[in-house]
Design a protein around this ligand. Structure first.
Ligand code: SF4
Length: 289
């Protein structure tokens, strides 16, 4: 098995076998993102990926339950290639219960419902879609290269193909001036898509990200914990997505929240209020990406 550069994966894939299908991110424009800035995007040769799968099987003769296809956007790979890969995964790892990958909204929309359904039947059952915000102004400022309308279309397409989706948003991404629109439009998008999972990180600027320069020069102001809690309150109060598993328990978050929408929303709102009353936030030095 070979890995090129730093390999990123969602927290819930900590125990998964990770196979790099692509190197880097095809877009690489998002101002807050530092993950693939040093990598030139390319799709790895298919033979190389097969060799990695075979090497992994030799190294781990049993017990591979989950496989995560890295790097940034495995869904950019042609459907027929992905199907061949999933077939080989089934042959080599019959015990695998789930294959997942990051999927950018644009690449999801480049595939038809039928293509996505074939991929799901072949074992790719979960897509992590980093949408970051449901507000078009925030998305444009962050050079995300996608609109809230496209995000909704991509989320609904996954749903139609009966592929699960895990959507990530970023608290604080609206700067101070777009705090409320960021929260309310994100709530609107989630209420329409109703994904299986929603999680929040809280914005921290890595020195390698273009946003770091924006903050250093005063063009962007990182919201503090009280503002982030106000924003989260607005999001939760306005989101209607019954049964969605909600998590804001990443190292970057000022307070940890976890529950099932909408059932646990009142309890999570009460936890936010208590944290705001007592100033019980994670100290800056404990936060991380
Ligand atoms: S956030 Fe996702 S799409 Fe944007 S640059 Fe990073 S990996 Fe690429």
């Amino acid at each position: 098995m070979r890995y090129e550069g730093t390999v990123y994966r969602p927290p819930s894939e900590a125990a998964s076998l990770i196979i790099q299908l692509t190197i880097g991110c095809a877009r690489n424009t998002c101002r807050f993102c530092y993950m693939y800035k040093s990598k030139n995007f390319r799709i790895r040769p298919f033979e190389e990926i097969l060799e990695d799968l075979e090497a992994a099987r030799k190294r781990y003769p049993r017990g591979i339950r989950r496989i995560f296809l890295a790097d940034g956007d495995a869904l950019i790979v042609k459907t027929e290639t992905l199907l061949k890969l999933l077939e080989r995964i089934r042959e080599l790892f019959p015990e695998v219960e789930r294959v997942s990958a990051y999927g950018a909204p644009g690449d999801i929309l480049d595939k038809s419902v039928q293509e996505l359904a074939r991929l799901r039947e072949a074992g790719l059952t979960l897509i992590y879609m980093g949408i970051e915000s449901g507000n078009d102004e925030v998305l444009a400022r962050m050079e995300k290269g996608v609109t809230s309308r496209e995000i909704i279309q991509a989320g609904l397409r996954l749903k139609e193909a009966r592929m699960q989706s895990s959507v990530t948003l970023i608290s604080g991404l609206g700067d101070r001036d777009l705090l409320a629109p960021h929260a309310l439009d994100s709530a609107r998008v989630i209420s329409v898509i109703k994904p299986e999972y929603v999680s929040f990180l809280t914005l921290m600027a890595d020195p390698q990200s273009p946003l770091f320069e924006d903050i250093s020069s005063g063009r962007f102001e990182l919201p503090g914990p009280e503002e982030v809690i106000r924003e989260m309150r607005l999001f939760l109060e306005n989101t209607d997505s019954e049964g969605t598993v909600f998590r804001a328990n990443h190292a970057s978050n000022y307070i940890n929240l976890a529950g099932s929408l909408n059932r646990d929303t009142p309890r999570m709102l009460a936890e936010l209020d208590e944290a705001a009353r007592n100033g019980a936030f994670k100290p800056e030095e404990w936060r991380g990406l």
